[in-house]
Design a protein around this ligand. Sequence first.
Ligand code: ADP
Length: 755
Amino acid sequence: MQTSNLFNTLLDQITEIVVILDKKNNVKEFNLAAENYFKVSKKNIIDRNFVAFCHEKNLPYPILLNDHTKLLKEKISSKKNKADVSNIFSPIIWKMSHPKIENDAYLIILTGKIATEEDKELIINFQNILDNMPGNYWIKDITGRYIACNHSIAKVAGLNSINEIIGRTDYELPWSKYADDLVKNDKQVMVLGTPQIREEVISAKKGKAIILLSIKAPFRDENGNIIGTIGNSFDLSEYKKQTTFTEKRLESIIESIAGNHWWKDVNGVYLGCNDSLAKTLGLNSHLDVIGKTDYQLPWAETADALVQNDQEVMRTGISQRREEQVASKTGETFTFMVVKIPLRDENGNIIGTVGNSIDITEQKKIEKALVAEKERAEQANQAKTRFLATISHELRTPLNGIIGAAEILQNEHVISKCKNFAQDIETSAINLLAIVNEILNFSKLESGKIELKLIPFNLKRIVEEVITNIRHQLQGKDLKLIFKYDPSIPAHLLGDPTRIAQILINLIGNAVKFTEEGYIKVAVKMLKHYKHSCSLYFTVEDTGIGIPENKFGIIFDRFTQVESETYKRRYGGVGLGLAICKQLVTALKGKIGVKSTLGHGSLFWFKLNFQLKNGLKSAKLKKEQVDKKLLFNNRILVVEDEPINQRIITEMLKQLDCQVDVASTGAEALKLVHKNSYDLIFMDIRLTDTNGMLVTREIRKDKNLTPIVALTAHAFEEEIQNFYNAGMNDVLTKPFTQNVLHAILTKWLKSKQRS
Ligand code: ADP
């Protein structure tokens, strides 16, 4: 007899059920008792998977524990409920061994014997105990297969009997989608060998999720070896409903408190927060935040700093108050004032952080703007101080010339050189006047008091006049002054020639001042010619010292000079010229700018639009010149209390062939006006006994229409308006040159002759 036959015969002799499986649970041997018990012939089961077979036949899987496990049993069939247990109960007591054979392979040998009465009682008692315990109980083997459980768990899962659970793994049960998590936790319990309590979720047959509080422990054999897990759980859903209610109330309280509130665990995971936090940062609700760390939220980029600070709060246990930058979902960065405190459990252990914050982004912006504004104001103030220092220097220079020359003139021995000194006085005074005019101009422009004219003029002539007047400044310099004028520019334009001349005087004046050799090129080019207007491009180019690029933006600011910061003032000026140009060009709705290379030269440009005056005869322009030649034999009254000024104006008028009477007071003036007939009256404003406006009103009371020209050092617009209101016809501002005086006489005496 072959060994295998002998072996099979022996197996068939054994009254106990013997099933031998390989490690994949495939049947290798099946004795007669097994055939009878499982109602399947040996040839039909050999090499089939035994577990699959049990499931197919709806037989409970035999309890796969080691040899020593006696207690755990299974009922053959238990489709019925607990009350029928004793009737249908036909338990087998299974034993399992897994001897190793060659090449590390091993077999699983299951032996089962029909339970004795005593065994049955034990088993029934055990199942009864399990079924009577409140909550769910189960035991799983080392592979995660349920080897025992109570009815409660079947009920919770919506199953009919425990047989639908026994022998299956979590992957084959209604809660299969949670199986990964459950199995992972089972393994943890077995590896660590310690019990674990946690919330876990399973789902019932109909898919309803059930939250359980589960306690799991390692299941050990008599020798203390871990052979599976034993667990119990109870349904938390009801309890959860209550806590949800409490949480809801807490949530609504937190929502009602202004600001953002949150709490995180030790790993930085948000456990809770209010909607305000989520919404401020562009999310919909607290649900978008909870369960995530800062690194998983839109502000991940700023998470490092937040996490570091959380950790510091937890390490030190000290609360912190600080500003934090957080990026929102839209990419905008917010600034928050944040207070963080450690979150502690009832024993005082730190288990996370609690924080609240308020959005101070707007406040920060205002603060920043205020600081910038303060800096700007300080800079402006410094510029003003520098301006005062410069202006006092600039005023002292010509004053020195005037005082010096005047003193020298008083010395009889130098009488022959009189003319030269007189010239020096004039030059100094003209310089002084230019400075005073510049300041005056600027203050007018800055207060928006400038009035622009719209009159016909010949642009080419205006530019040429400016150039001619400036030419004398080139003396002593190796400088060529080039003028290029686009011939396509219409002869007569409408605009304010005085303002355009003023801009050019400043720009060309600067070019001369800052250039020692090379050339200065003034050019006017037609940019666009429309039907009723044209756009012109003016440039003033020089080969001078140039301007550093970082100053391009500021030189058009008032009181700014490139050199003033280095305290090396080589060039005159008070830093108002370009500011005036900018104000004027802006008032004329144009644009101004500069290009420059330090050490090589600068190019200042401005663009202006002009209306066209078609068909204007040049006659009108010529006429003004003819009038200049008129000579006067008119009677003039000068009302002036200051002797030097009396002498100067009298002398100037006499040189212009006028007959002059002088009144030093208002009373004297009225007397003379009653007595004589004058062609024109020059009226000082500040008189010792009254003021010029009151005297004028008196004169006008008698219907006397003699032109009255205010003679004044008051040059502000609103004051001048008062003079007109008092009945004066014109204003002559002190100091004045003989040319200006001549122009005034021409204007008023001519009108008188016509009327
Ligand atoms: P200033 O009366 O001091 O000339 P401006 O406002 O006219 O005042 O000019 C401001 C500053 O710009 C000058 O002090 C000078 O530093 C610089 N600047 C102006 N024009 C020129 C130029 N053509 N070449 C070099 N620097 C210039």
